[in-house]
Design a protein around this ligand. Structure first.
Ligand SMILES: Cc1cc2nc3c(=O)[nH]c(=O)nc-3n(C[C@H](O)[C@H](O)[C@H](O)COP(=O)(O)O)c2cc1C
Length: 218
């Protein structure tokens, strides 16, 4: 079978204006709860983070959602990694949830801010010890000579903290919150007539944040 003949129909559901919540975060929470329940969505917290350098060079990678609120969506990483360098020089970024088993995607555009030391410490302390040691061992996104060299760094971290009940957070490790400015909710439809709704943040005359809603052609 040729690649060009691989196709399937999208017919699990539809998305209509009367199903939309006033705020996009409420709809995100509804869809996220459904994704957690769905056997077709094995990694519901996995999201693609797109960044761009100051010169506009794009890059993408999967990260895991670790916090969700109307204020934004959080993930954790190494503050010296490529993504962190991008976000620090250009906070504009995009998150993409591809829940294809449910024939859904959510795209969230926004701006990134670093989490506070207190937030970072609290989450780091909740991680399994092996993951904490891994954070110390990995200079994420830098080259490493071999797998053995990486394992050696992990062994050194294990020795360094062998007598410590509590492993401190490396100062080069922490999280970001993506503050949302625009959402797209996409539900696959028959004949490729998919449902797409956009929420865009706007300011009311009174200076309050409002969400405008529009339907896009598929
Ligand atoms: C399922 C999955 C989950 C991941 N979760 C994270 C994460 O939460 N944080 C992180 O820094 N990298 C995570 N990664 C690794 C990133 O995709 C990426 O390889 C790494 O962060 C380096 O990216 P960068 O060089 O663009 O900064 C994950 C990868 C996969 C496939």
């Amino acid at each position: 079978m040729g690649i060009d003949s691989i196709r399937r129909d999208y017919e699990q559901g539809s998305l209509n204006r009367d199903q939309l919540t006033d705020t996009p975060h409420a709809l995100f929470e509804q869809w996220f709860a459904a994704a957690i329940q769905s056997a077709d969505t094995p990694d519901p917290t996995a999201m693609v983070l797109s960044t761009a350098s100051a010169t506009g060079r794009p890059a993408q990678r999967v990260v895991l959602l670790k916090g969700s609120s109307p204020e934004g969506y959080c993930f954790y990483t190494n503050y010296n990694s490529r993504k962190a360098q991008d976000l620090d020089e250009n906070p504009q970024c995009c998150l993409h949830f591809a829940w294809l088993g449910m024939e859904r995607q959510i795209i969230i555009e926004g701006t990134a801010e670093r989490l506070t030391d207190a937030e970072n410490d609290a989450y780091f302390a909740s991680r399994p010890r092996q993951s904490q040691l891994g954070a110390w061992a990995s200079a994420q996104s830098e080259t490493v000579a071999s797998r053995e060299a990486l394992d050696q760094k992990f062994a050194e971290a294990t020795t360094q903290f062998a007598t410590e009940a509590h492993i401190p957070r490396p100062e080069f490790w922490g999280g970001y919150r993506i503050q949302p400015l625009r959402y797209e909710f996409w539900q696959g439809g028959r004949a490729r007539l998919h449902d797409r709704f956009i929420y865009e943040r706007a300011l009311s005359d009174q200076g309050q944040h409002l969400w405008s809603i529009s339907r896009l052609q598929p």
